[in-house]
Design a protein around this ligand. Structure first.
Ligand code: IPD
Length: 266
């Protein structure tokens, strides 16, 4: 079942990616702001999510859908789709290539604490790379198996992070980065949580953490990172999600979690 769902997720994500890239070439502007001035949505986010929703419902009319830009659909099949039509919307607006379409298929409630991810695809249209994983089936991109970097101490780790959009959380996040930066090789803010998690899977980052993610930001990427050998969780063994998501090889996870706790992360 996971393989069929992965095939469908790949076909939907790549169609959506091609459509969004074409729209990007025609030009993009901000349609609205959401939680703050930096939290934006474009018409392309909305149109791409509409396309993804119609492709899902054509193929599997009884499934649920949780998407960034629209109302949740409660399904009856026990399977739900967790969709971010454009993860990295600010990059998309500016023409920075780090944005992606993220499509995950989960079993159970569409809440990270109680779902089981079955398949995930993160398609980056600007490079043509398609990251994908199915539960128990490993993670791949461009025809190669993905494996996280192993045995990297925190002092030599390239750590990705992201910043939520609310002004109060941004000040706290800046303080955590200030405490962590002298302890790691360096820090990256790529601007797409889905691509950050895929970067851990591919070894172009050693680790990633972020507070305040929404389910659609991490659903597909977390499965891809986990299937590439990362431990993906919150603090003290909590499930990854809104409070905190950390992804790293198992031996790096503990030192990074300890450093984040010492820096005052909650
Ligand atoms: C955002 C990106 C960003 C992360 C934010 C997300 P969006 O998603 O993933 O990297 O730091 O927390 O909200 O708004 O571009 O879909």
């Amino acid at each position: 079942m996971s393989t069929e769902l992965l095939d469908l997720a790949r076909s939907i994500a790549t169609r959506a990616a091609a459509s969004a890239l074409e729209a990007r070439r025609r030009g993009v502007s901000v349609a609205a702001t959401k939680s703050s001035d930096v939290d934006i949505v474009t018409e392309v986010d909305r149109d791409t999510e509409d396309l993804i929703r119609s492709l899902i419902l054509d193929a599997r009319p009884n499934d649920g859908i949780l998407g960034e830009e629209g109302e949740g659909v409660v399904g009856t099949s026990g399977v739900s789709w967790v969709v971010d039509p454009i993860d990295g919307t600010v990059n998309f607006l500016y023409g920075n290539p780090a944005w992606a379409v993220s499509v995950a298929v989960v079993e159970g409630e569409p809440e990270p604490a109680s779902w089981r991810a079955l398949a995930g695809v993160v398609a980056q249209p600007t490079t043509g790379t398609v990251f994908e994983a199915s539960a128990g089936g490993g993670a791949r991109a461009d025809g190669r198996e993905l494996q996280v970097n192993r045995d990297v101490p925190l002092s030599r780790a390239l750590v990705g992070t992201g910043f939520g959009y609310r002004a109060d959380v941004r000040a706290e996040q800046a303080a955590i980065v200030a405490a962590l930066l002298p302890q790691a090789r360096d820090i990256r803010r790529i601007g797409s949580a889905a691509l950050d998690l895929c970067a851990v899977a591919a070894g172009t980052l050693d680790a990633y953490y972020e507070r305040g993610l929404n389910p659609w930001d991490h659903a597909a990427g977390a499965l891809i990172a986990a299937e590439a050998g990362a431990r993906v969780a919150g603090l003290h063994g909590a499930p990854a999600g809104h409070a905190l998501t950390i992804a790293a090889a198992p031996e790096l996870f503990g030192p990074l979690e300890a450093a984040l706790l010492a820096a005052g992360i909650e």
